[in-house]
Design a protein around this ligand. Sequence first.
Ligand code: ZN
Length: 173
Amino acid sequence: MSKKALIVIDMLRDFIEPCGKLYIGPTAEKVTQAISEEIEKARSYGTPIIYLCDSHSEDDPEFRMFPPHCVIGTPGAEVVDELRPHPGDKIIPKRRYSGFFQTDLDLTLRELDIDEVVLVGVCTNICNLYTAADARMLNYKVTALKECMSSFDEAAHEFALKEMEQTLGVKVV
Ligand code: ZN
């Protein structure tokens, strides 16, 4: 039987709160509620919960493409109150789209004997897609919960879900 982890991607103030630096829009509220239910389920099953958190320096090269956001030490880089991590949850900072790129994610999953990751969070077509891609390249089974994903770009959201399913072999439910 496979052992799962729930991976909560970038549910941070700068993306989710209307006053955030890169607010994804009104779907944020619905997605936060749906993720809150998934986190609760995971806790009741004892499934490990891993928060992947954008964590940029002030002069991060990513800011040539996107306005500055989730700068280390600012309130915008914090997980939203509704989904606040509990002691024992893992928090993994990342600087790039993929949660696997030069982070502790793969090592953490291996230490926990995880072979399946369940992805939730934002944005579907950016960090979710590239994290899903790297997870598949590393042979993890991947499930994407579409009601628990969103993007500022609805068409890109749909495209990314299709790409995950048809090209990466992600189970989209
Ligand atoms: Zn970023």
